[in-house]
Ligand binder design. Sequence first.
Ligand code: ASP
Length: 333
Amino acid sequence: MKKKIINFLFYAITISLLLSCNPQTAVDTEKAEQPKEWALVIHGGAGVITRDLMTSERDSAYRSVLRAALKKGESVLAQRGTAIDAVEQTIHIMENSPLFNAGRGAVFTSEGTNEMDAAIMNGSDLNAGSVAGITGIKNPISAARAVMEESVHVMLSGKGAFEFAAAQGLEQVEPSYFYTDRRYKQLTEAVNNEKNGTVGCCALDKDGNLAAATSTGGMTNKKYNRIGDAPVIGAGTYANNATCAVSATGHGEYFIRWTVAHDISALMEYRDLSLQEAARLVINDKLVKAGGNGGVIAVDNMGNISMPFNSEGMFRGYRDSEGNSGVFIYEDE
Ligand code: ASP
């Protein structure tokens, strides 16, 4: 009993300190009194994203793809589409843009290839699918969905993942489709700016179901078929109707070791924390202490949204049935 009280006090103090000291704005929506009909949140990667590294053209190009992605998700959810359809279609918009490190704009491996990771999860039955190190498929998130719906497995990798996706009739593309000058320079000239750009989406639909999806090219110059957190269920991607849906971005090795997405859900389920408290505790406290850079986007079953990060910036945005919406890059806007 005594231990329980000490534990409770420890968490209560840590959380109130986090909430009062954290200067970030543009990170959470106001706590909902009533469940929202639907809600949608996206990210386009976290990392060293500062105003000095951005031109105003690039800033507005990113914001306009983020807005287009939100609009797509809204069109699905407002018409009573499912959370799974919403997250898949929203991710397609970002995978098809060369700006983000997913699909078309995926970063290069040390061998000059593009190996992509993606995962999708359904909060109503905890069904999930993911692909790791997949090549040659235009939209890896759809390959992940096919694994979830058309196979008895959760995770497929490499050549097998490609063969499965191809057998499902998913669109194939030549390696040149993934060639972008900017990403190639990041490999060959070690140009260090804006290496980030993983994409993610979480949604709550009108039936109260949650879904999460994440898609990425991983890390520039990766070797030995390295796989990140995005396709690891519970690390980079997780959804559970009882709590929340989460998609992560950042230094994948830390997100795997700290099982970030599931930890946020578990803190809500077992410690009764709010989404905002749980997400901030994991990102702004646990991961900071561990040295793990990045952030998450998350939505709970009331439609509350949280988008904490501990890096300089994170491309992100949200929209809900009450008309709230926003698109942000830096800490404050
Ligand atoms: N989390 C991704 C990975 O480690 C990279 C990122 O989000 O920037 O593969």
